[in-house]
Design a binder for this molecule. Sequence first.
Ligand code: HEC
Length: 468
Amino acid sequence: MKKYQGTIAAVCSLAIAVTSFNSTAAPKTKPNLHPEDFSGFPDFGYMVSEATYDEKYSDHPVFRLKTDFPSKKPKKKRLPKVLKIDFQKEPMKYLDTVKQYCLEGNTPSWDPYKNNKRDWYHIPWLHPSSSTYPPNGGTEGFHGLIKEAPAGPYQLHNTQTNSYQVYAVTLINEYAGYTMGQMWKDKNNPDPKATDTRFGGGFPVGTVFCKLLFADVQPDDNQVPYLKNPIDWQGYITESWDSPVRSVRHLRLLQMDIMVRDKRAEPWMGWVLGTFAYNGELNDRNCKGKENDTACRFNNLVPLGLQFGDDPEVTENIINAYPYTETKINPNIKESIINTSKDLPPQHLGWGMRLNGPADLNTSSCMSCHTAAQYPQITPLVPPFATVANGFAPTPGAGDKDWMKFFINIAAATSADPRAYSTDFSLQVSMSLENFAEAKKKTEEGYWSVEYGVAEKGVSRGQQESHK
Ligand code: HEC
């Protein structure tokens, strides 16, 4: 059985709120309480002690999960404008439009409570570290950053010899929020049918996910030139990828990932995935006169590309091996479209030059991981041996029949393994249900039959082995 470490952290985060009530003296300042704080979900899994926060970090935010999901599907007129743009004819315009939608009202803080333009939400139950991957994972308490993946030498740039860790935080729009409301109507009994088409579930057209990814590049580190003029956050994160010890460390914005549920993509999968890379070398041009303004610095996110299919027919075993100096485009790949602008720092992309971001492997693709999203997580996200050469050479034998099972096109809300519920391309939903089930096993002192006989793989990015 997997270890569950989240309950203590969960209780702690509740304790922060409760102690404010117990105080007998009248509070000097307005208490930091909001009705949503008692949503029934813990906000985060790891945080400095309250005393340390008060003493050293009181000018930093405390992450508040937002889960006041709408009970009705939002009206048609609220559909994001991006659905009017043709993702094949005008891919960069598509990406720019969804980027503006993601940023509007959410910058500079990425705090959906501060957005007065639109409602955005978080996915609950990402706080504990109950899954086997990543090591010592779960969300931290300043920004809600979840531990994500290691970035080894030369992965980000040809002058980079340091290894970094990547952390991320995702906001989901009101259409996605509606589906999460259906899933978590009863907070003690989530319904995985809400994202599976066999039960009438699935995220509605108009769903948008926006995810910011940060690398723990410290202030005196210049190894990744395009991460100058950074958006710099501090998070309570592990000291290195394998370390269980957390401390407050700096992180710089590296990448933004998006997913859009778009009807026009239904001949492939019904989803358009896209990504942006941060390029701080453009700061003087993009933020003239407001070079230090964080909200403006989000303009330094350059579209990298989008993907609406996984090109299942293309079996060429080629990668842009580390260290690389340019972005290579494979003309045979038709279902990923990559930006050719000089504004984009050199990219390694994914397997066969399918779409993948700086933080991702060059032997997978956005879609190959996300088509596997299901609960319980039976289908692995990446092929075995994907990380064997650590990005420095193609995986021997990649492209054979077994490998190509990871590069498929499947319809939205359809599970790649019929024994599991589809979580409709959302791996956060898959993780949240797994975390919930693990915690429930502890409190109910029992097990779930649904997890037996299916050899669960968990949500692993397949990089653990490569770092040993
Ligand atoms: C190696 C597997 C892998 C690859 C490759 C990958 N992802 Fe993910 N992605 C994940 C996992 C695991 C999560 C859930 C944990 C988290 O939030 O980071 C996730 C989360 C996300 C989310 C948040 C919504 C959700 O629950 O799925 C978005 C958006 C996203 N990825 C987009 C992308 C895009 C765009 C790409 C390519 C540029 C990409 N991903 C490549 C594994 C992957």
